[in-house]
Design a protein around this ligand. Sequence first.
Ligand code: PMP
Length: 415
Amino acid sequence: MDAVKTKPAKSFNIDEIRKDFPILERTVHGKPLVYLDNAATSQKPQAVIDSHVDFYLNHNANIHRGVYQMSTESTDAYDESRTKVKEFINAPDSREIIFTRGTTESINLVSNTFGRFNVKSGDEIIVSTMEHHANIVPWQILCGEKNAMLRVIPINEKGELLMDEYKKLLNEKTKLVSVTHISNTLGTINPVKEIIELAHEKKIPVMIDGAQAVAHMRVDVRDLDCDFYAFSGHKMFGPTGIGVLYGKAEYLEAMPPYQGGGDMIRNVSFEKTTYGEIPTKFEAGTPNIAGSIGLGIAIDYLNKLDFNQIHEHEMKMLNYATNEMEKIEGVRIIGTAKNKASVISFIVEGINPMDLGIMLDTMGVAVRTGQHCTEPLMTWYCIPGTVRASFAMYNRMEEVDIFIKSLKKAISILK
Ligand code: PMP
């Protein structure tokens, strides 16, 4: 298949990068778009958009089924994408990469297979106070079914995990620890390596929700030594509806299938069915072929950039915005961890976050408002919700300025 080529390697030049994301040129309400909702979903480079068009224009055929050329092209591109994902997160083996719909499905897959298989009455699963609902509810459903218990790592006011409390929670009843790499609401970067080491000392496996991490840092699952790692394509400049579950082969091989259907079987009879090898054992039915290929193209795109430079640029925006916001009367930033990604959640005294979000939208600034699928965290802070600005590599410092100016203006109007 003629893969859509990403442009040649480039140094970190925001103007060049922005040219690859055509949507950033649009206007909203007659104002230039300032897109600061990257933690919800990122925009897509032209190469990812082109890969969709190319697939449906030239190669569309089901995978793993046909003997004809188009099916072979489609299958090869799908398989190649799995290899790209493997290399991107430094997984030992591409059999350990399972394509899913996204982080949510990856976590549900583990809770429905590993969880159902291993968790019994009286067992415990550890999550943290700052988890997204996607890393709470699947475990809660499982605990409800198994009469097991969900234990929660507490946090401090800054939004950092209390590691001493975490250590106390680990015990012989713990069947799994599942925590987020980066909090989508607070921006906290959790010490996942240490979390994993501590659990492994007690032979407890660890799942990491990497939804917010993969677009902002080099994730190395081998170095982390995590047992499962979940992420979504759409938050790392790839398509929606495609995500990844990385799992160590030893676990994936022992786990029962997630869904039954085509492709995941070896032999089927009415008396007995045997299952295929990993990863296909976990990929029943026709997968999101175009999405998987598009994710591979997003990875190609990211591979041409330097994560250290991305990090440096994002930290500049974060620190500048934080300093400016701290000067605005009535603004309270929620999540002030020492180790933070480019996410700022905040509330403004006397102003409803939703009103602020709507007002900012009229000025062209797209931010998120509400609970960010972290209701228990909002309850912990005793707040109904926040406004959240989240920066990505393609945002400019000038956009941070527009955001700050617009915020001040919105506050003066709404107060
Ligand atoms: N976990 C975290 C930390 C997230 O930020 C999100 C998306 N907001 C999810 C899980 C769920 O991701 P998805 O909706 O792509 O499945």
